[in-house]
Ligand binder design. Structure first.
Ligand code: FAD
Ligand code: 2HG
Ligand code: ZN
Length: 500
């Protein structure tokens, strides 16, 4: 089992029986809310088992890298159903994995062994939207894109956006403290989330679902759940501040000949367009090539030649003519100064989407090319690309690098404006030998430049034992104490995050 050589199923957790499933069938009114492979006792008619393949989507992650073998998926539709489930699991020592849209990239949302999956997609109602303040209150299982469309009709938008928006849940976003493509402008969910409703491991409902912007009465407990990756509570409701939807959005992609130029252009863009800048992303030629070869049809190369680096700039403002002019002047200035080799500005919505697709399709295209070892790192911007190059050199030295070889591509890209590098190493398989060339080297490298081994995807199963590369022993000790306060039995998302 990947990454789990030293982890065994804990005997502290109960083995599920048909009596447990019978108990859940009393909590959840519809038979469609229970998927189980556990056969009922003969004569019992309260539930029907399903074919094991029906649990596949819940047991396997988006990358098909992490595989659990849960026998039971529960699909509650209300907070009180979640609470009743947890009361029962707590009393019986049943281990539980909260699952949202299952788009997580660190194996946090799938079971490791036979934990019960509590899938929150049935909690999908918008509770309220305040059109003056822009505050949205909704169930945690709402899909991010649906929320964005809903409030878009009222002139607002969600403060976060990611490639997985069509499947991920707002609850999953909060649980992972997802960053994404709008972080540069609208900041972290630690700032935009105003309140949460959370079911604790013993079934207690903790209601901090306030819509107040300012509230300095005591510890801000909701912050503990933002980024807690389902280890101390199941998020059932979210209150979030949403910004006005900008009336003018412009996108440009520039081609550059060096990573130094990427940094220089970032400085120039902030200088000339800082007040309207909403995204500054970069990707290297390898990422670009992978997209051109493997992405779903429709991703077109807008340039005449290939270039070592590309940056995507998005501006969001309220005056199209003003923003158009600014970007055009910026493009001319950068070309004249020789800071960029080429550049395109989107002329309409289709072109805008096409340019974004060059960047957003990288994870999907890499996944089509092969099995992807993903690293999601924070570090000083000037250090970032040296790591990508060092990784390539390492694979070269081991004689495994190059098209058709074990490691077909090493892609460097990311949210450069946030100091967040993504490295996608595309291999033929999730071969432990390849992993041993990457790790712990990549974590040590990151730690040496005082970076973080997870900028935005979280720790999950992949990095449950890697937190020490970024956090001090004292911090880890207090995190474990916090886990113990909420979940002394350790039933919520065991084996992940910080191993207690
Ligand atoms: P899941 O994958 O189901 O779960 C993720 C974790 O949260 C698990 O530990 C799970 O136990 C927990 N969890 C889920 N729901 C709840 C809940 N209601 N209560 C408590 N715990 C819960 N991430 C970024 O930060 N930035 C990006 O730009 C980005 N882009 C992505 C692009 C693609 C194509 C993909 C596949 C993923 C991307 N991600 C990105 C990863 C990101 O973590 C997820 O997409 C998203 O935030 C997870 O939401 P989810 O509902 O799918 O959660
Ligand atoms: C992105 O920025 C996501 O596209 C996914 O965070 C990154 O797949 C990855 O490694
Ligand atoms: Zn990202």
């Amino acid at each position: 089992r990947r990454g789990l050589a030293t982890v065994a199923r804990s005997d502290a957790f109960a083995n599920l029986t048909s009596a447990d499933v019978e108990a859940f069938a009393k909590i959840l009114p519809s038979p469609s809310q229970i998927l189980t492979t556990i056969a009922p006792e003969s004569g019992s008619a309260s539930y029907q088992p399903v074919d094991p393949s029906e649990l596949d989507t819940f047991n396997n992650d988006w990358m098909n890298k992490y595989h659990g073998r849960s026998q039971l998926v529960l699909k509650p539709k209300t907070t009180s159903e979640v609470s009743e489930i947890m009361k029962y699991c707590h009393a019986k020592n049943i281990a539980v994995v909260p699952q949202g849209g299952n788009t997580g990239l660190v194996g946090g949302g799938v079971p490791v062994f036979d934990e019960v999956v509590v899938q929150l997609g049935g909690l999908n109602k918008i509770r309220s939207f305040d059109e003056v303040a822009g505050t949205l209150v909704c169930d945690a299982g709402c899909i991010l894109e649906s929320l964005d469309n809903h409030i878009g009709e009222k002139g607002y938008m969600m403060p976060l956006d990611l490639g997985a928006k069509g499947s991920c849940h707002i609850g999953g976003n909060v649980a992972t403290n997802a960053g994404g493509l709008r972080f540069l402008r609208y900041g972290s969910l630690h700032g935009t989330v105003l309140g949460l409703e959370v079911v604790l491991p013993d079934g207690t409902v903790m209601d901090t679902l306030s819509t107040l912007r300012k509230d300095n009465t005591g510890f801000d407990l909701k912050q503990l759940f933002i980024g807690s990756e389902g280890t101390i509570g199941l998020i059932t409701g979210v209150a979030i501040a949403t910004p006005r939807r900008p009336s003018a959005v412009n996108v440009a992609v520039f081609a550059l000949d060096s990573y130094d130029a990427v940094q220089t252009v970032f400085g120039q863009v902030k200088k000339h367009c800082g007040e309207i800048l909403s995204a500054f992303e970069f990707f290297d030629q390898t990422s670009f090539d992978v997209v051109q070869k493997h992405a779903t049809a429709g991703v077109r190369d807008p340039f005449e030649a290939r270039h070592p680096f590309y940056v995507l700039i998005e501006t969001s403002g309220s005056n199209k003519d003003h923003d158009d002019e600014k970007l055009q002047l910026l493009l001319e200035h950068l070309m004249e100064e020789g800071m960029i080799q080429d550049g395109v500005l989107a002329q309409d919505e289709t072109q805008l989407q096409g340019l974004w697709a060059l960047r957003e399709s990288i994870p999907e295209a890499a996944g089509k090319m092969g099995k992807v070892f993903k690293y999601d790192l924070s570090m000083p911007i000037d250090k970032m690309y040296a790591l990508v190059q060092d990784m390539r050199t390492r694979f070269d030295e081991h004689g495994v690098h190059g098209e058709g070889n074990d490691v077909g591509a090493v892609c460097g890209y990311g949210h450069i404006g946030d100091g967040n590098l993504h490295i996608n190493i595309v291999a033929k398989s999730y071969d432990p030998k390849i992993e041993s060339i990457i790790e712990p080297y990549i974590y040590e490298w990151t730690s040496n430049v005082k970076g973080s081994v997870s900028a935005e995807h979280g720790l999950g199963l992949m990095k449950a034992t890697k937190i020490g590369y970024t956090k001090t022993p004292e911090s880890i000790e207090y995190m474990k104490k916090i886990k113990n306060v909420f979940d002394p039995k350790g039933i919520l998302n065991p084996y992940k995050y910080i191993q207690v």
